[in-house]
Design a protein around this ligand. Structure first.
Ligand SMILES: [Zn+2]
Length: 190
């Protein structure tokens, strides 16, 4: 599956606009819960809806069964629900993923259930788009350039920004930023 033309550039623009609107600069870190609230969502830990014992049981049966989900409240507002048993980096990435769906106006089309709560998920194309945009929201190109120009290690970037190292490496790879910086360094030194 491929992303439609222009989607990648558009995602970076959306991320930049939101960082600006939230008053964040390149060295700052994006907190996905604050991001969700900024976009008008209610954010809840799943243990406010489902007994924590049930969540633990679910995680024991299948570790990756549930990360985060979105559903619509009776008043029309979106609620993003995250699993409190997951790590901070996981929560950051999962909540940002849900926000990406919302920003892209994805229609939630598949009903799933978490305990007694029904929620909706999206189709494959939309999953890919949300995956891409959430990466931009958490680590936009300009923030990655900022860190790499200071020759920060991927692990340091990950720790500072509460992201997994996998996420940092993925963004370095797909943005082509490292190659671009290396080329400009070569140019300067020649
Ligand atoms: Zn999704």
């Amino acid at each position: 599956m491929t992303l439609r033309r222009g989607f990648k550039a558009e995602s970076e623009r959306i991320a930049k606009d939101i960082w600006d609107a939230m008053g964040l600069e390149a060295h700052d870190r994006m907190d996905a819960v604050a991001l969700a609230q900024h976009t008008g969502c209610v954010v809840r830990s799943a243990d406010t809806l489902v007994d924590i014992a049930k969540l633990k049981e679910l995680k024991r049966i299948q570790d990756d069964a549930f990360f985060a989900c979105t559903f619509e409240l009776p008043n029309g507002r979106r609620a993003v629900v995250f699993n409190p048993l997951m790590s901070d980096t996981r929560r950051n990435s999962d909540v940002a993923h849900e926000v990406a769906h919302i920003l892209l106006n994805h229609r939630l089309s598949r009903l799933e259930r978490l305990g007694d709560v029904g929620f909706l998920s999206c189709d494959k194309q939309q999953e890919e788009e949300a995956g891409w945009l959430s990466g931009c929201l958490l680590l936009p190109r300009f923030a990655l350039v900022h860190d790499l120009k200071r020759r920060m290690a991927h692990a340091t970037i990950a720790t500072n920004r509460v992201l997994s190292e996998d996420m940092v490496e993925y963004r370095v790879r797909v943005t082509g930023v490292a190659r671009q910086l290396a080329a400009s360094r070569r140019k300067r030194s020649s």
